[in-house]
Design a protein around this ligand. Structure first.
Ligand SMILES: NC(=O)c1ccc[n+]([C@@H]2O[C@H](COP(=O)([O-])OP(=O)(O)OC[C@H]3O[C@@H](n4cnc5c(N)ncnc54)[C@H](OP(=O)(O)O)[C@@H]3O)[C@@H](O)[C@H]2O)c1
Length: 254
């Protein structure tokens, strides 16, 4: 059950939107914890108490909510972190805990864009059949294995941490953490003579530059649609999350 008079907010994080929300809650002195999955070596420090690592499925998240008397969960994970988002819906239902998602809008195709939309990673891999190309594979480290089925391409990868083993025989790796600028992404893609960009439809501004760079360079984009998630309350901005908290009885102070 929620206890609005004494809120204890759990942010499921790992995105720049979650970081902005953490700042907004910290600025108001609200009692909140930021949760990271622990996928990168040095996660950004947060202005809130931080915990790192999986909860142990729905059951583990239910236990965490109960053990810590969490009153509100805000799922601010990446739109492709579908397992965490599904677990949050299930655990909050089971524990009668208030849940809202901070979900950034999808990117929309604009004039000059050359997108081919595919449903998921598997379809993106299928669409890569054919002669070798220079491909900017901007899908993050977690999904690289699937692309081993199309080893003929020369891949450009941009990763947060230096990878150990790579499943792709012909790959250039750039280690960098966003947000990225349009100018830099145009230069990167031109330098590597990229012919095709593969991107998840993440939305938001931090990873947007590569999409705009592809348009400027006239390059095609294989755009992977978002996974479908269960119905939940969705907020588009940290301010909307604050409104939602206020409506559920949380005193936001000044
Ligand atoms: N997927 C992407 O493209 C992407 C891009 C940028 C950032 N991220 C961030 O990276 C993290 C992992 O993403 P993913 O795609 O691997 O997620 P996922 O497939 O939905 O999650 C797999 C498991 O990782 C744990 N987990 C995920 N997010 C967590 C969080 N914020 N706090 C604690 N545990 C978490 C959960 O483990 P248990 O079942 O054990 O609880 C979850 O079941 C998320 O924080 C996400 O926001 C993802």
């Amino acid at each position: 059950m929620s206890h609005p008079a004494n809120p204890n907010i759990l942010i499921l994080g790992g995105t720049s939107e979650a970081n902005a929300l953490a700042r907004a809650l910290a600025d108001r002195g609200l009692n909140a914890t930021y949760s990271y999955a622990g996928r990168v070596e040095t996660p950004r420090p947060q202005p809130l108490p931080t915990r790192i690592g999986g909860f142990g499925g729905v059951e583990g998240l239910c236990a965490h909510i109960r053990d810590n008397a969490v009153t509100h969960v805000i799922d601010a994970t990446h739109p492709f972190a579908a397992q965490m988002s599904r677990n949050a819906v299930a655990a909050c239902a089971q524990t009668a805990t208030a849940l809202a998602a901070l979900a950034r809008p999808e990117w929309q195709e604009r004039a000059g864009d050359r997108w081919q939309r595919v449903a998921d990673i598997a379809d993106a891999v299928g669409a890569l059949a054919g002669p070798a190309k220079r491909v900017f594979l901007a899908v993050g480290r977690l999904h690289l294995d699937a692309f081993a089925a199309q080893p003929q391409h020369r891949y450009l990868l941009r990763l947060v941490d230096e990878p150990g083993y790579l499943p792709l025989p012909d790959a250039d790796v750039v280690v960098a953490r966003g947000p990225f600028s349009l100018e830099d992404d145009i230069a990167l893609m031109a330098r590597h003579e990229i012919e095709l960009l593969i991107s998840k439809n993440a939305g938001g501004s931090g990873a947007r530059a590569k999409i705009d760079a592809a348009r400027v360079l006239g390059l095609p984009v294989l755009m992977i649609d978002r996974p479908v998630l269960p119905a939940r309350t969705e907020c588009a901005t940290p301010d909307q999350v604050l409104d939602w908290l206020a409506h559920s009885g949380v005193n936001l102070g000044v």
